[in-house]
Design a protein around this ligand. Structure first.
Ligand code: NAP
Length: 461
């Protein structure tokens, strides 16, 4: 380490809350070497042994959840209650994959010739790298490191520059839980391209798991091509939230509030566009705007329900998207303005013309555009008219329609009559330009395992 450091700022107050070591490319290369050296001993341990360490790590996180939640709120601004939820959600991946470690089964396949056996075993991929975003600084990391370590891989993680503190706290707890040095390392840095290049160019790193924007994901995919790395990509979304006239409007309203305004609208699965059947459009909008207008904006550490946007660029993006929509004729029902250069008023807009940028780009802020529709066919076409395919939501009480919509929506995840879809036991991930690979569920560990087929001949006496 050359002693360089960078500052971490609380986005709700602008106050500098810490400064951390700024890893260079050389540091990243040294960490890759350490992860490579730690690999043989870690993969040789029994699955039960690795699982026990992950379970201890889980217990340490839960015991320390208050401090960890405060750290999340301080570095990225979400309300404390949401931060506690994030710590528990992240820790749950440790417990889940501690158990999955013991279920990494192989197979025996009937051989095509006598005197022969065919068997398949599943082995850890090797040294893995994780690059994570700022919006869930703890959970996005746990979702990667838990399956990686459970599978017998070692991992290097580069957190977002805005939010390195939760990742550093995770690394400390990992050591305390018994994860050997070198098995899991965190590389906070202010130069993502340099550290990213060390990770993508290294032949020792056999896999990259990235969560972040589609733009950066595309670039990392290209950077991983020369060394033919395995990749998992959890990228951006443009989630439609559809409400039919037969829906339970109270439930749809609850779902809309949770899906749109959680984390100030800064989640990859946040509803980005609301399509509401014309027969219930006005009634829904009126109730929605009333609820949204009553949300308390402020520092998540002191009771704010909608916290700050992560930085100035995020605020500017929301302002640009809203300006474009209103210039084209959209009407603001509630909200519509920044507060103190850090927050944005929870906003609902209607009469949003097709082609508005706000319907095509990820908003990542507390603004909900609502569009009326008339037919199922029309809303399916509108919902699918995007290069993204992460999450979609639909509210209807018609069973046949619920199935038709589940089939028709071109998304990796569909919330049918539900506004919150993340669950440790379910496969999280997108299709189209929202990425590849799945995190969580019994499938999540597959991304960290290679299959090896062994054909054993000459068995007769
Ligand atoms: P981002 O700008 O793509 O950054 C994500 C991570 O990539 C950060 O750690 C960033 O570091 C790093 N990075 C940026 N340029 C890099 C480079 N050239 N080489 C290596 N690393 C680089 O995304 P974000 O703004 O942090 O996060 C928001 C995005 O993440 C949204 O699009 C959201 O939808 C997506 N997301 C997706 C999921 C999912 O599961 N699908 C979950 C959460 C978020 P710096 O911070 O230092 O720039």
């Amino acid at each position: 380490m050359d002693g360089r450091r960078f500052a971490v700022t609380n986005p709700a107050t602008g106050e500098e809350i810490a400064d951390v070591a700024d890893c260079s490319r050389d540091d990243a290369e040294a960490a890759i070497k350490a992860a490579h050296e730690a690999l043989p001993a870690w993969r040789a341990r029994s699955a039960a042994d690795r699982g026990a360490i992950l379970r201890t790590w889980h217990d340490l996180m839960i015991a320390d959840e208050d401090r960890l939640a405060r750290l999340i709120t301080a570095e990225m601004g979400k309300p404390l209650t949401e931060a506690i939820g994030e710590v528990r959600y992240g820790a749950a991946y440790l417990k889940w994959f501690a158990e999955e470690a013991e279920r990494i089964y192989g197979e025996i396949i009937p051989a095509s010739a006598g005197n022969t056996k065919i068997f398949v075993s599943r082995e850890p991929v090797g040294v893995c790298a994780a690059i994570t975003p700022w919006n869930f600084p703890s959970a996005m990391l746990m979702r990667k490191v838990a399956p990686a370590l459970a599978a017998g891989c070692t991992m290097l993680a580069k957190p977002a520059e805005d939010t390195p503190l939760s990742a550093i706290a995770a690394a400390k707890l990992a050591l305390e839980a018994g994860v050997p040095p070198g098995v899991f390392s965190v590389l906070p840095c202010s130069q993502p391209a340099a550290v990213g290049a060390a990770l993508t160019e290294s032949d020792l790193v056999r896999k990259l798991s990235f969560t972040g924007s589609t733009q950066v994901g595309r670039r990392l995919l290209a950077d991983c091509a020369p060394t033919v790395k395995r990749v998992s990509m959890e990228l951006g979304g443009n989630a439609p939230f559809i409400i039919f006239d037969d829906a339970d409007i109270d439930a749809a309203l609850e779902g809309a509030m949770a899906s749109k305004y959680r984390n100030a609208g800064q989640t990859c699965v946040c509803a980005n566009r609301f399509y509401v059947h014309r027969a219930v459009h006005d009634q829904f909008c009126e109730r929605f705007a009333k609820r949204v207008g009553a949300l308390k904006v402020g520092d998540g550490a002191s009771g704010g329900e909608v916290g700050p946007l992560i930085n100035r660029a995020a605020l500017d993006k929301v302002i640009r998207l809203l300006d474009d929509a209103t210039r084209r004729g959209a009407r603001i029902l509630t909200g519509g303005a920044p507060i103190d250069d850090r927050f944005f008023e929870p906003t609902v807009i209607v009469d949003v013309p097709p082609g508005s940028a706000i319907l095509e780009e990820e908003i990542f802020g507390p603004v909900a555009p609502v569009i009326p529709f008339d037919t199922e066919k029309e809303v399916i076409a509108a919902a699918n008219a995007t290069p993204f395919g992460l999450a979609a939501y639909c509210y209807t009480r018609d069973l046949g329609r619920a199935w038709r919509m589940s089939d028709a929506l071109e998304y990796g995840m569909v919330g049918m009559n539900d506004g919150i879809i993340s669950a440790v036991s379910a496969p999280f991930g997108g299709i189209k330009q929202s990425g590849m690979g799945r995190e969580g569920s019994r499938h999540g560990i597959d991304d960290y395992l290679e299959m090896k087929y062994v054909r054993m001949g000459g068995l007769s006496a």
